[in-house]
Design a protein around this ligand. Structure first.
Ligand code: ACM
Length: 384
């Protein structure tokens, strides 16, 4: 008789702590995909069931709960993590027990594990395009502000390299704030920015602290038309936290924005709004969290098993029509082919897409090449 047992999957997204807002959006993307899969008969008649814990934005909790998912709940596959520090805490667990972690967040690159699938952007799919765009639009003197942990350190190193490779490129300063920074933590940095007058600011501040940087910038009377903040981590979620007035005029590079005009995105937005109303704030990390569950389900249908030996060969090279466009897992490095885009926040708190690649860029997590995609053919509403 056919196996009709539910398929349990581990889900680790924080609902409390410093990155609770963005991770809660990833949780809703995951749950939407699970619902869709179950409404269409599950995986060959087997219901997909999330075993969910709240790791509280804490890397120790991520490690402990990943181990619990594997050893107590017997899951073979885990979906989760936002901060790179939390991914680094879970990797030894999935490697030791030979399970799979699906990671749906942009990150600093320079990593590979046989036990991971990376569906967020690697630096050649966001940092390279952002550096090109900001330098040609505003100039090459960049001031770096980040949260104090591994992703900002490494992302800043890459941005510094990219900027210094071009004439006029210069890192003016590099500053870090605690991951749980509050409003007062940015005043001195903003005063220094006012003093040093960079051409643009690169923010690797993450999570709930992001709003305080942008609000301090606005309160100091700085003008995003002259000296904008550019980021990879300021999504629609952080914009909603700070409000459109503080966010308008600043830039983010990501493979997906709510404003992406594809049939798959319109259909997905309609479904998520129907299910969760204003609670869901779609963004690039939400979208990757959503489509990676579908990639998993399709691979499991093809393999008949969620065990890594059977599943991984079906995952590698697999494709899915995601809201951003057709994505594909690159077999050579387990990262995903994605569509670089640059958005500028508008008065409604949405991103107006000012440049976009119409072809997917193959992930190159070790930055061996610096291809921009078909960047020269891109939309450019800035007139640059
Ligand atoms: C991140 O820590 N990868 C945003």
């Amino acid at each position: 008789m056919a196996n009709k047992d539910p398929v349990k999957i581990g889900v680790l997204y924080s609902e409390t702590g410093a990155t609770s807002a963005i991770e809660s959006s990833q949780l809703l993307g995951t749950l939407l995909a699970i619902d869709e899969i179950n409404e269409h008969g599950g995986i060959d008649g087997r219901e997909l069931v999330a075993v969910r814990y709240d790791p509280q934005s804490d890397q120790q909790q991520f490690r402990v709960l990943a181990e619990k998912l594997v050893t107590t709940d017997n899951v073979n596959v885990i979906f989760g993590c936002y901060m790179s520090s939390t991914r680094k805490a879970v990797i030894p667990v999935v490697e030791r027990y030979n399970r799979i972690l699906f990671y749906a967040t942009l990150y600093e690159g320079f990593e590979f594990s046989n036990n991971l699938i990376y569906t967020g952007a690697a630096p050649n799919q966001n940092s390279v395009q952002l550096a090109d765009f900001m330098m040609s639009s505003f100039g090459g003197r960049v001031y770096l502000v980040g949260s104090d942990y591994i992703y900002p350190y490494e992302s800043n190193r890459i941005m510094s390299d990219l900027v210094s490779q071009r004439p006029g490129g210069e890192r003016v300063a590099r500053r870090y704030v605690p991951v749980d920074a509050g409003p007062g933590d940015f005043n001195e940095i903003i005063a220094d920015i006012k003093d040093k007058q960079p051409d643009f600011i690169f923010s690797t501040v993450v999570g709930n602290a992001t709003q305080h940087l942008y609000k301090a910038f606005a309160e100091a009377g700085l003008d995003p038309k002259k000296m904008p903040i550019a980021s990879l981590t300021t999504s629609e979620v952080e914009v909603a936290q700070m409000g459109a007035a503080a966010a308008a005029g600043h830039f983010t590079a990501a493979p997906y924005f709510q404003s992406v005009d594809t049939a798959a995105n319109h259909a997905c937005l309609e479904k998520i709004t129907k299910r969760y109303g204003d609670k869901a704030i779609p963004n690039a990390c939400w979208e990757a969290a959503y489509f990676q569950v579908h990639l998993f389900a399709n691979a499991m249908r093809a393999s008949g098993s969620d065990r890594i030996d059977a599943l991984m060969p079906k995952l590698l090279g697999s494709e899915f029509m995601a809201p951003q466009g057709r994505v594909r897992i690159e077999p050579s490095n387990h990262h995903t082919c994605l569509y670089p885009r640059i958005g500028r926040v508008n008065q409604k708190g949405q991103f107006t897409i000012v440049r976009a690649s119409t072809t997917a860029v193959v992930p190159d997590p070790y930055l061996v090449t610096h291809s921009l995609g078909d960047w020269t053919l891109a939309l450019d509403e800035m007139g640059n």
